[in-house]
Design a protein around this ligand. Structure first.
Ligand code: F6R
Length: 366
């Protein structure tokens, strides 16, 4: 059942080109002019009614929500608040019929996410579920559902569910942007074309994992690792750090790169590995200056950048490249080396990769 792979997690990592392709395939117009989300049937008046959107989820799905906020705000220009389900449900959120609440859940059964969805409905909000399991509790409870077509995810650590959630949030944002005319038809086409390139680019990353395996073996016995990045790179850093913690038990922290000097820089000492994500061109120079700050404390910096970026090599100890893409889509590629790093670090340390201690695949109790 593991199809020749040693663990479900690595099998699922390798299934991402297919999972991403299936999630988008029937939802893009043949001429790349638009995203077709027939499951929604919204018109521009429906969208006008959404004064604010809430995205609510747990764990990795929450991290997909952080990226989703960025997509919707940037493309569709609707304000978005992202929250952790166990916080949202108890904080008396200010919601009514002028809001849309999007819940994201691979399993569709996470109890806090389901409770958050019920609370949003009770307050009159419209609701949309993004889930991977057809007919799950969350799918049944929401007004509308968009399924991610990742296929069954068995490993506790979520991988292909996350990348398909990102693709879904991206398609949703482009769909809303088209309806609201907040992006030009040319830009929309360019984004859809970039989306179509992802499966091939994911495949390209997965063809050469040796360098990442080497880093994992080399740094797998460090007890602390930091992930830094700005804007979408920060969102991916959050996910990279969770992945590493949960399966390799290495203490990892993700920091918005500009926030380091407000405290965390005190922890950066000689030899501490720092994974610095630098895929976002609009904050690239700022990220470089944060890289210089950690280098000045003798951290070992692994840069993660888009292919063709030669500048970064001057500032870091090692570089991992991902194929060039629109910066909005970079998270979908950038997370792959981080998943692999977590996987190989866990293998190096002899951890039970598919069933990490204390964790369950689906958290159906509070
Ligand atoms: C981490 C992981 C968890 C889940 C979280 C939500 O790798 O898998 O953080 O993302 O428990 O689960 P779902 O998406 O099923 O609601």
């Amino acid at each position: 059942e593991k199809g020749g792979y040693e663990h479900f997690m690595i099998k699922e990592i390798y299934e991402q080109p297919k999972a991403v392709r299936e999630t988008m395939s029937s939802r893009l117009a043949k001429d790349d002019s638009s995203v077709l989300l027939d499951e929604l049937k919204w018109n521009k008046h429906d969208l006008k009614a959404f004064k604010k959107i809430f995205i609510v989820a747990c764990g990795t799905a929450y991290h997909a929500g952080v990226v989703g906020k960025y997509y919707i705000e940037k493309l569709a220009r609707i304000p978005v608040e992202v929250d952790i389900a166990s916080e949202f449900r108890y904080r008396s959120p200010l919601l009514d019929e002028n809001n849309l609440t999007i819940v994201i859940s691979q399993s569709g059964e996470t109890s806090d996410t389901l409770a958050a969805l019920k609370e949003a409905k009770r307050l009159g909000s419209r609701t949309l579920a993004v889930t991977n399991v057809v007919g799950s509790s969350i799918a049944r409870e929401a007004d509308n559902v968009i399924y991610t077509w990742a296929g069954p995810e068995i490993a506790v650590a979520s991988t292909k569910a996350y990348t398909t959630q990102l693709v879904t949030m991206f398609m949703l944002a482009v769909y809303m942007a088209d309806l609201k005319a907040t992006v030009s038809p040319e830009r929309s086409k360019e984004l859809i074309k970039a989306l179509r390139n992802l499966p091939g680019q994911l495949h390209e990353i997965l063809e050469d994992v040796e360098p990442i395996k080497t880093f994992a073996q080399r740094y797998g016995f460090n007890e602390d690792v930091f992930f830094i990045g700005r804007s979408l790179d920060y969102a991916v850093a959050l996910e990279g750090s969770l992945k590493l913690k949960e399966i390799s038990y290495i203490h990892a922290e993700a920091y918005a790169a500009g926030e380091l000097k407000h405290g965390t820089l005190a922890l950066i000492i000689e030899g501490v590995p720092v994974i610095a994500l630098a895929t976002q061109s609009d904050v690239y120079e700022k990220t470089l200056s944060n890289i210089k700050e950690v280098k000045a404390r003798d951290a070992v910096v692994i840069g993660l950048a888009l292919k063709g970026d030669k500048q970064i090599e001057k500032y870091v100890d090692h570089t991992i490249y991902i194929p060039d893409t629109d910066q909005l889509l970079a998270p979908i590629l950038a997370v792959i080396p981080l998943q692999l790093l977590a996987y190989y670090a866990a293998v190096t340390r002899g951890c039970d990769v598919d069933k990490p201690r204390n964790l369950a695949k689906s958290v159906t109790v509070e």
